[in-house]
Design a protein around this ligand. Structure first.
Ligand code: CMC
Length: 429
């Protein structure tokens, strides 16, 4: 909120100074309120939003220098150890941890919405079998808006809540069916009585021929992956969801926009890119040559670096522990891919190129290895990120819609194109 500090903008051409208030959050750096700047007839220029706070939010806090991440004030380490994904969903959506009764009601609400409309299943069949599951997810999640006309009034808090529950409940099912369609497996159904993560494994891997037994350790590791990916303040896909939602678009369409943005290799596609990179490097002997290429900027070391974290990504530290647990459970410590990843990590952490640029492993460096060990195919890594992030996206969307001062997001530009010119008929060009 506003405090007494002000920033004064002085011009070198005799124009009047402009005083702008400095806003103080509960945590994090102060923020200069430049809204009055629009009256000067100039714009600020900040491609990639390196110096711009695009909104006020009470959901998630990151300190990139200290490597801290809090959901609603709770450190991610405590949530990863003591909580579970569905409780984290409740926390992100509602701002507080649930009582036992609130948890029960919430869980029932999610379970009641986890089936997919039978007509939606025909939509999967319109895709080529070899479609990337993210392509299917963008399409099918967007299509949900055609199925739930009963809850599309974004100004009705009850409708917003039902849409949020539907999305959290249906995303694992949609992701699992996208995989099964690709494999030529028959569609599966959720099984209530299993936890959220167990249910996802069941929907992915069960067959009609025999009972699928969920491995509890692997389900817990997956639940932790969901928790670690649940929210990350105003990242590219969350900002996309907010921007789409600022026009009044329905939540299903907004989440589909978020999924599209997440797909890119600089964002959610990085976990898939890490595994592809490990495959390309092949073995530990090839690491030095690969690293030379990184330093010459021929390619990036995927799973390293972050716009906000200039220290260890706290999610990566937890994920590394989970990685250890999963590999021990499966007896895979000598897995060549894991050994290769560890060799890369060691070299990168000691190399001045990475030290000077404060490039540390991010969550995706390890999550791909864990998912791969669980038996999840590489093409499903980003869909899993998407299903876990859905709660973050919808929490931000709901926070924005409930804010009476919300405005449509409409950035301006520094135009460097052609001056005004007259149309030239084709025969004179
Ligand atoms: N490998 C090699 N060099 C890198 C890397 C990398 N992974 N990341 C950044 N750099 C270099 C970059 O070339 C630049 O060097 P120089 O100063 O010589 O020009 C310097 O570090 C600063 O990088 P930047 O591109 O200005 O940083 P950014 O904040 O714009 O980009 C990033 C952040 C995450 C897009 C980038 O680090 C990256 O592409 N990393 C690999 C992809 C990845 O792992 N993404 C997952 C992010 S975590 C999951 C999520 O939140 O989605």
């Amino acid at each position: 909120m506003e405090n007494n500090r002000k920033v004064t903008l002085t011009y070198n051409d005799g124009k009047d100074n402009l005083e702008m208030p400095v806003l103080k959050g509960t945590l994090g750096p102060d923020v200069v309120d430049i809204r009055s700047f629009s009256k000067t007839g100039m714009f600020t220029f900040d491609p990639g939003f390196l110096a711009t706070a695009s909104c006020e939010s009470q959901i998630t806090f990151i300190d990139g220098d200290l490597g801290q991440l809090y959901y609603r004030g709770y450190p991610i380490e405590q949530l990863a150890e003591k909580s579970d994904y569905l409780e984290v969903c409740y926390l992100l959506l509602n701002g507080e941890l649930p009582t036992a009764e609130e948890r029960k009601v919430f869980e029932r609400g999610i379970m009641r919405h986890n089936m997919l409309h039978d007509q939606l299943m025909s939509l999967f069949k319109g895709f080529r079998r070899d479609a990337h599951p993210m392509a299917v997810m963008v399409g099918v999640v967007g299509a949900l808006s055609a199925f739930y006309h009963d809850s599309l009034d974004i100004n009705n808090p009850e409708h917003r809540k039902i849409s949020a529950h539907r999305l959290i409940a249906k995303l694992p099912n949609i992701a699992a069916q996208a995989y099964r369609y690709n494999k030529g497996l028959p569609f599966s159904y959720p099984k209530n009585g299993l936890t959220y993560a167990e249910n996802f494994l069941h929907m992915m891997f069960s067959t009609p021929c025999e009972e699928y037994k969920v491995n509890k350790t692997l389900a817990l590791a997956l639940d932790r992956i969901f928790t670690l990916h649940a929210d990350h303040e105003q990242n590219a896909s969350t900002s996309t969801v907010r921007l789409a939602g600022s026009s009044g678009a329905n939540p299903f369409a907004c989440i589909a926009a978020g999924i599209a943005c997440l797909w890119g290799p600089s964002h959610g596609g990085a976990n898939e890119a890490v595994l592809k990179m490990l495959d390309e490097i092949g073995s530990v002997e090839n690491v030095p040559a690969f690293m030379e290429g990184v330093k010459n900027k021929t390619h990036k070391l995927m799973g390293f670096g972050h716009r906000v974290y200039k220290n260890m990504d706290p999610r990566a530290a937890i994920m590394k522990e989970t990685c250890d647990e999963v590999l021990s459970e499966l007896g895979l410590h000598n897995d060549p891919k894991f050994k290769l990843a560890m060799a890369l990590e060691k070299i990168a952490l000691e190399d001045p190129y990475f030290i000077e640029r404060k490039l540390y492993p991010n969550v995706d460096f390890y999550s791909g290895i864990v998912l791969s060990a669980i038996g999840i195919p590489v093409s499903m890594f980003t869909p899993i990120f998407a299903l876990a992030r859905t709660v973050g996206w919808i929490s931000h969307w709901a926070e924005m819609i409930a804010d009476p001062t919300m405005k449509i997001g409409r950035p301006r530009q520094l135009y460097t194109g052609a001056q005004r010119r007259d149309y030239i008929p084709q025969e004179q060009r």
